[in-house]
Design a protein around this ligand. Structure first.
Ligand code: FMN
Length: 198
């Protein structure tokens, strides 16, 4: 359904793109994407996020860190799976690792993690606005010695996955979105009770 507002249409039309090919975003596009990611709601303006960009051969460092951290954190995994984890880094020309970087003080860590997660969303949304394909990916761990080394993670930081960026592959077709009726996720407080949204 078309919404009257073009920005709302843009938001609603965003879909993840799983086949991403060369070229990655241009330097100007990447800058715009990272600028959008840095403009998220942020209680206390603590900037509790960081981004690490990997493109070209830089992806090997990231893939290697993922595989070595998987060996540390998922020791039961069969050895051939580790190479699969390493290869995750090469699924797009460019990726942006998203780091939650909470700062000490009175703002709760969960609020700061929420801000960092908003930055991840802003990346996929800004990419969509620019015609760049994007998908947010993750592994079952957010920390580990190799990840710390390669991403420079401090004790308090963790990686909330990464966002692949590139050109949508010709054969990539997002599966149709299952229509969501708003009353499945929205209720309203009124007349001293909670009622379905209509
Ligand atoms: C924090 C986070 C981690 C994710 N990790 C993965 C992942 O590892 N693999 C995957 O296929 N999808 C992952 N997804 C989901 C996709 O990015 C995507 O949102 C989902 O497939 C729905 O598609 P859509 O964005 O077009 O609605 C993740 C999403 C989030 C927010």
């Amino acid at each position: 359904m078309q919404e009257p507002n073009p920005l709302i249409n843009l938001i609603v039309s965003r879909r993840s793109v799983s086949t991403l090919i060369e070229p990655g975003p241009s330097p100007d596009q990447l800058r715009s994407i990272l600028l959008a990611a840095s403009a998220v709601p942020d209680h206390g303006l603590l900037r509790p996020f960081r981004f690490v960009v990997a493109e070209g051969e830089g992806r090997a460092q990231f893939g290697d860190a993922l595989a070595r951290t998987a060996q540390e954190r998922m020791p039961g995994l069969p050895p051939h799976k580790f190479d699969g984890i390493r290869q995750k880094a090469f699924r797009s020309p460019t990726l942006v690792a998203l780091i939650s970087s909470p700062k000490p003080g009175k703002i709760a860590v969960w609020e700061q993690s929420a801000t960092a997660a908003c930055a991840g969303y802003a990346i996929v949304l800004a990419a969509h606005a620019l015609g760049v394909g994007a998908i947010w990916k993750s592994v079952p761990f957010t920390k580990g010695s190799a990840l710390s080394e390669v991403l420079g993670l401090t004790e308090d930081e963790e990686m909330l996955g990464w966002i692949h960026l590139g050109q949508p592959g010709r054969d990539d077709e997002a599966s149709p979105r299952v229509p969501l009726a708003l009353d499945e996720v929205v209720t309203v407080l009124a007349d001293n009770a909670r009622r379905p949204y209509r």
